[in-house]
Design a protein around this ligand. Structure first.
Ligand SMILES: *[C@@H]1O[C@H](CO)[C@@H](O)[C@H](O)[C@H]1NC(C)=O
Ligand SMILES: *[C@@H]1O[C@H](CO)[C@@H](O)[C@H](O)[C@H]1NC(C)=O
Ligand SMILES: *[C@@H]1O[C@H](CO)[C@@H](O)[C@H](O)[C@H]1NC(C)=O
Ligand SMILES: *[C@@H]1O[C@H](CO)[C@@H](O)[C@H](O)[C@H]1NC(C)=O
Ligand SMILES: *[C@@H]1O[C@H](CO)[C@@H](O)[C@H](O)[C@H]1NC(C)=O
Length: 401
């Protein structure tokens, strides 16, 4: 108590002397349920039904057995989706007006993660990417992808797939660009001050698409389809094309049936939703032991993990990795040096730079690639997280974003 008081007094006493230092930027956040209208063409596949733990394992074996049909051969028909989904988003704005106040970062997490991948509650000063971006003055919006977190969880076979998730991000970005995010959304936070509420009512001049893993894949597809319309800059983390990328298929990563594995957390998820087991989280996302990650971050990952749909795995076959010819902004690509799912454990020498660069062919792209040392797939959860965030923010600064 005495210590706290003297610390507070110390701060007060120092305040007048530090007038020249830039004021510490803190964040104000609001939670929103955004109605996102989506038109998309998904696919119905002939794949085994998944409704308990036994059928979940059977599905993984069935779709990876070499002599079975591949996903292209399993296509039954197209599914046309024209629907409005409720997407849960957290918008944070810096406490003071900054030179970045009208450059909004949109964060898309990977498969099996919701927005908490970016919003880590363990030692936030080290691991929380939203805090790092806010400290540089950027407003940030992180959202739960369709089928996870507090967003809608529609049919796990046909509704939650790559095409519909790309359109969710596209439609959400259009709403943000139009400046209507706050007016169309259901505001979940209890914010009484009109002055504070107005701080969230922004119409960004620039939008940056930042992703991790499957989220980066969605962004690449978004840029290929919509180009400069929906992004002024992009950072794709946990993303690269490697000669080892197809070595580990879904059967290398153990999934349980979501609703059965933890009814209190995932009881509301229906058929077709699976979730990674803890040992697999370590295998997939982390590198080494003491050098690469802290155990408490593995525990945090287990706590925040989210179900995935079998539909997403099928629809990865729809990814054409079409070059984003209509996107002319800068692109930073980042991956952990020892990424297991992307590089079968070692990205050195496996990275196919020419191919990956070829995905962003527009002349003015300022393409850069960074391999994060001593790090696995989950960049915000590794010991290197703070340095990684710094690299990303430096890149944006250097590119006048
Ligand atoms: C979806 O398609 C309908 C019919 O073509 C159109 O009226 C509507 O604007 C589209 N919605 C979106 C979000 O593109
Ligand atoms: C694999 O799944 C397909 C589609 O459900 C089914 O036709 C086939 O019999 C399954 N094969 C095995 C070996 O379970
Ligand atoms: C799927 O199988 C068909 C027929 O064997 C083959 O032509 C096609 O290339 C395969 N597709 C993929 C993505 O492997
Ligand atoms: C399914 O949709 C794709 C585009 O998403 C289209 O190229 C294809 O022709 C469609 N197939 C059928 C049978 O309608
Ligand atoms: C390209 O990015 C690098 C940082 O990676 C930066 O130093 C450089 O100024 C950028 N070039 C342009 C033309 O913005």
């Amino acid at each position: 108590m005495i210590l706290d008081l003297s610390a507070a007094l110390g701060l007060l006493a120092l305040a007048p002397i530090t007038v020249n230092a830039s004021p510490a930027i803190t964040k104000n956040c609001i939670e929103l349920l955004v109605p996102v209208p989506v038109n998309a063409t998904n696919i119905e596949y002939d794949i085994p039904r998944v409704y308990d733990t036994i059928s979940a394992v059977n599905w993984a074996v069935n779709v990876t057995t070499w002599s079975n049909k591949n996903y292209t051969e399993r296509i039954i028909q197209n599914i046309t989706i024209s629907q409005t989904f409720k997407i849960h988003a957290k918008l944070c704005v810096p406490s003071v007006s900054t030179s970045k106040s009208s450059t909004l970062q949109i964060l898309t997490a990977g498969n099996g993660f919701d927005k908490r991948y970016w919003d880590v509650s363990v030692e936030p000063s080290k691991y929380n990417y939203i805090d790092a971006a806010i400290s540089k003055g950027y407003p940030v919006l992180a959202y739960d992808k369709l089928g996870c977190g507090k967003s809608d969880k529609p049919d796990g076979y046909t509704m939650v797939q790559v095409p519909s998730e790309v359109e969710v991000l596209a439609s959400l970005t259009r709403i943000i660009r139009s400046g209507k995010l706050l007016s169309v959304s259901n505001i979940l936070s209890n914010i009484k001050s009109t002055e504070l509420l107005n701080k969230f009512n922004i119409k960004p001049k620039k939008v940056l698409q930042i992703g991790h893993s499957y989220g980066s894949v969605l962004i690449q597809a978004l840029l290929a389809k919509y180009g400069d319309e929906l992004a002024d800059g992009a950072i794709l983390t946990g993303f690269l094309v490697s000669s080892q990328a197809t070595v580990n298929n879904v059967a290398h990563f153990d999934h349980d049936y979501a609703a059965e594995s933890d009814p209190s957390r995932f009881g509301s998820y229906g058929p077709g939703y699976i979730v990674l087991v803890k040992a697999t989280l370590q295998k997939l996302f982390f590198r080494g032991t003491s050098a690469g990650f802290e155990k408490k971050l593995l525990d945090y990952t287990e706590k925040i993990k989210q179900p995935e749909t079998v539909g997403v795995y099928g629809s990865e076959g729809t990814l054409s990795f079409t070059p984003a010819a209509g996107y002319s902004g800068p692109v930073m690509i980042m991956a952990g040096e020892f990424d297991y799912p992307l590089c079968n454990g070692d990205c050195k020498g496996a990275y196919q730079a020419d191919y990956t660069m070829g995905l962003f062919p527009a002349g003015t792209n300022n393409y850069t690639f960074h391999l994060v040392p001593e790090t696995g797939h989950a960049l915000t959860l590794a010991k290197s997280a703070a340095a990684t965030a710094q690299k990303m923010l430096d890149y944006l600064e250097e590119n006048k974003l």
